[in-house]
Write a protein that binds this ligand. Structure first.
Ligand SMILES: NC(=O)CC[C@H](N)C(=O)O
Length: 348
């Protein structure tokens, strides 16, 4: 069915709908990965976003449920140049269209994704509506103005705490929308893990007497969570801590740094990051719209993006706290930066 992406700046793209055909509103972002569409669709950090894939053919190796990064896709919509209807891979269980239909997510194909990406690059991230009926701009704006993603973390993270058995050291994980492969990476190190919801108090977390704390990735703007930042401030003073992506941003804010919104973010599994001390470049998996733009007084920058020189990692000068903006657990993407987990093990 002919359908549209209507952007808040009045630009309209026409394509064909697939998946579940239903009006959907979101922040329109682009991802530069050639593969990894399934992992990113199920990464809770994308909650509330309509994702455009810059690679022109998506779905060619199908969907394999084992690769999901959470219990269901978290994106609002998917935009592709061409979707593949005949996936071919020995692990493939279903095709992209069937997967999106089953999970009530709308897709649009036949979109000039290169032109759309250029619009986003020039104007910055925009809100948009995927719809099969074209709306007048004033009606569109009424709908887009209602978009609010400020409580996203509480919607995607666990509501109850739970424990994962392990024979090694014990870590407390605060789940703001954690990706499965982060938990897998910790499990592979033999760690015992207690996972807490985002609203767990510092007392509850410290109460299980963990050897260390992990602050997870998650959706939205870190500044929307002042109560969490207060909690983080207390926790990280007591135990060795590592933060990834949203966790990194929350730690920076808790220690007196600042964050801001990037014009169009970093999303893909092919982003070069320099480890300053080791003088090594990693190809990393990334998915963030916000960034630390003021380093806390007692932290030093450990990693930078080679695309735009923004901060990609921090380390506390005197305390055992390290943070990265990129995703060392990959999924999707290369394992180049997996050593970050080893550094955390040393801190424990
Ligand atoms: N992957 C993440 O944790 C994303 C962090 C934050 N929501 C951002 O967009 O910057």
């Amino acid at each position: 069915m002919k359908s549209y992406l209507q952007l808040e700046n009045g630009v309209i793209f026409e394509g064909n709908a697939f998946g579940k055909i239903e009006d959907t509103v979101g922040e329109v972002v682009f991802n530069t990965g050639m593969t990894g569409y399934q992992e990113l669709m199920t990464d809770p950090s994308y909650y509330g976003q309509i994702v455009t894939m810059t690679y022109p053919l998506i779905g060619n190796y199908g969907i394999n449920l084992e690769d999901d990064q959470s219990d269901s896709p978290k994106i609002k919509g998917l935009i592709v140049r061409e979707k593949c209807d005949y996936p071919n891979n020995f692990r493939c269980e279903l095709d992209l269209d069937g997967y999106l239909k089953y999970n009530n997510i709308m897709g649009l194909e036949g979109i000039d994704t290169r032109a759309l990406t250029k619009v986003i690059r020039e104007t910055g991230t925009l809100k948009g509506l995927m719809t099969h009926r074209r709306l007048p701009q004033s009606k569109l704006m009424d709908i887009l103005n209602e978009y609010d993603n400020s409580d996203a973390v509480r919607k995607v993270g666990t509501k109850e705490s739970y424990t994962i058995k392990g024979s090694g050291k014990h870590i407390a994980v605060i789940d703001f929308g954690i990706k499965n492969n982060i938990l897998e990476s910790f499990k592979n190190k033999g760690l015992k893990i207690t996972v807490f919801p985002s609203n767990a108090s510092a007392d509850e977390v410290i109460g299980v007497n963990p050897n260390g704390i992990f602050l997870s990735n998650g959706p939205g703007d870190p500044k929307d969570y002042p109560d969490i930042i207060e909690n983080v401030k207390i926790m990280i003073d007591k135990k060795p801590t590592i933060g990834i992506c949203l966790g990194h941003q929350l730690i920076a804010l808790a220690l007196g740094g600042d964050t801001g919104k990037l014009a169009f973010g970093h999303r893909g599994c092919n982003h070069p990051v320099k480890d300053i001390k080791k003088d090594i470049v990693y190809i990393t998996s990334q998915n963030h719209g916000y960034v630390v733009n003021k380093v806390p007084q007692d932290m030093e920058v450990t990693h930078i993006s080679l695309n735009d020189k923004t901060i990609e990692g921090l380390r506390h000068i005197t305390k055992p706290i390290l943070t990265v903006q990129f995703h060392p657990e990959a999924s999707p993407g290369p394992d180049d930066a997996h050593g970050v987990f080893d550094e955390f093990m040393e801190l424990l």
